[in-house]
Design a protein around this ligand. Structure first.
Ligand SMILES: NC(=O)c1ccc[n+]([C@@H]2O[C@H](COP(=O)([O-])OP(=O)(O)OC[C@H]3O[C@@H](n4cnc5c(N)ncnc54)[C@H](O)[C@@H]3O)[C@@H](O)[C@H]2O)c1
Ligand SMILES: [Zn+2]
Ligand SMILES: [Zn+2]
Length: 387
């Protein structure tokens, strides 16, 4: 089968790899029809993770079931399913508590937790930027879609990661109706966090970024854009709230946060949120931070390369804020968010800027990695069909 394979920093090629297949009685095999490129893939693409050359990328996957293992009883051949990027067993201590983002049995390294398709430090699983995908524990992991699945793939595929992840940021930040919420980052995840806050009835949602094309989309969904080329988000928010600050903040950038000129500073956005959010406010951090960053020393410094960041912890403590962090537990939200999509209440496919064939993955990575104007979210169709 064809797959988008990571070859080393800034090199992806589409090549023939062994077909994915059923390896365990609980597996299902999915013909991938829609698979996204994510900002998380870019950390790997740039060589800023331990992701091994030769592996297939792709953790935001939707497709049609073509085969099921002998112990699969719910999922049927022919159904459309969307797969949470987290791979989970359903029976470990963490999964029992709903923490499928930190499953213990799907992660082979005993000192780690959590697994995902085509992802650094998240187990050996291949990604779905390929014609076929093996899905472990298919009955537990696959979310089945209704009759409108084939036509509405651009909305439903966002349930694999960014819609639940954006929603999770607002849950950790405890966004409630009427709240004033600051979102750092207008990438696909930041846009989904803003969209989720608006769906929850937030009174005002600001989205800060230096990419004007992405800020325009934030405005289209009803958020207030803050262009960091021109304004400091902390000042904008304080000015608008009598100096009190926002009720909550969502960090949707991660450790490669940078100023508009491109100078990286991993602690920049978290410290801005600590400053901009009010006393006792809540902050949800879904942007990725890592204990080791192979390119971090050159880009930022020796300490940042070890994930040691100068956070304004004294101010955060003094203000009595809470901060939630980590990979999103997609399964906690994906069924409810699917039903919002099915019921016509949410259309997360608005983030899609490009629909391409799998063969176009190498150039898609280049354009998206440069955050070129208009390249907001790339969707690949390995089956060659555009819904
Ligand atoms: N926690 C999870 O489960 C989870 C899931 C998906 C993605 N992520 C992470 O979320 C982050 C965002 O993902 P994405 O797909 O939107 O990525 P992206 O790279 O497309 O978007 C990031 C955006 O942040 C902006 N940005 C950079 N520095 C900034 C700053 N100082 N202030 C404001 N904006 C700034 C960029 O211009 C860009 O628009 C990444 O770190 C990704 O790995 C986490
Ligand atoms: Zn993703
Ligand atoms: Zn588990």
């Amino acid at each position: 089968m064809k797959a988008a394979v990571y070859e080393g920093p800034r090199k992806v090629s589409v090549k023939d790899v062994p077909d994915a297949r059923i390896e365990h009685p609980c597996d299902i095999l999915v013909k991938v029809t829609t698979t996204n490129i994510c900002g998380s893939d870019l950390h790997m693409y740039e060589g800023r993770t331990s992701f091994e050359p030769g592996r297939t990328l792709g953790h935001e996957n939707l497709g049609q079931v073509v085969e099921v293992g002998s112990a699969v009883s719910k999922v049927q051949v022919g159904e459309y399913v969307v797969l949470p990027f987290n791979i989970a067993c359903g029976f470990c201590k963490q999964c029992e508590r709903g923490l499928t983002n930190y499953c213990l049995t799907m992660q082979p390294e005993p000192s780690l937790a959590g697994a995902a398709y085509g992802f650094a430090e998240m187990g050996p699983y291949q990604g779905g930027q390929a014609e076929l995908l093996r899905v472990p524990y298919g009955d537990f992991n696959a979310l089945r879609l209704g009759e409108d699945a084939a036509e509405r793939q651009l909305d439903y595929v966002m349930l694999a990661d960014i819609f639940p992840t954006g929603y999770h940021a607002t849950e950790m930040a405890r966004v409630r109706p009427g709240d004033q919420t600051l979102v750092m980052g207008a990438g696909p995840v930041g846009l989904m966090a803003a969209y989720s806050a608006i769906l929850k009835g937030a009174g005002r949602v600001w989205v800060a970024d230096h990419q004007q094309d992405r800020l325009r989309i934030a405005e289209e969904i009803g958020a207030v854009a803050i262009d960091t080329n021109e304004a400091d988000p902390v000042e904008v928010v304080k000015d608008a709230t009598l100096g009190l600050g926002a009720d909550n903040g969502c960090e949707c950038v991660g450790y490669q946060a940078h100023d508009p000129q491109g100078q990286e500073d991993a602690s920049l956005t978290v410290n801005q949120l600590i400053d901009a959010v009010r006393f006792t406010g809540d902050i949800g951090v879904v942007g990725v931070y890592l204990p080791e960053d192979p390119g971090g020393e050159d880009a930022q410094g020796e300490l940042e390369a070890q994930g040691k960041l100068p956070l304004d912890y004294g101010l955060m403590w003094f203000k009595g804020q809470t901060m939630g962090t980590g990979q999103a537990p997609v399964k906690r939200y994906n069924r409810a968010l699917r039903d919002l999509v099915a019921g016509g209440r949410a259309e997360p496919g608005f983030v899609v800027s490009h629909e391409l064939d799998l063969d176009e993955a190498p150039s898609a990575y280049e354009h998206f990695d440069r955050r070129e104007d208009g390249w907001t979210k790339v969707v690949l169709h390995p089956d060659g069909h555009r819904p």
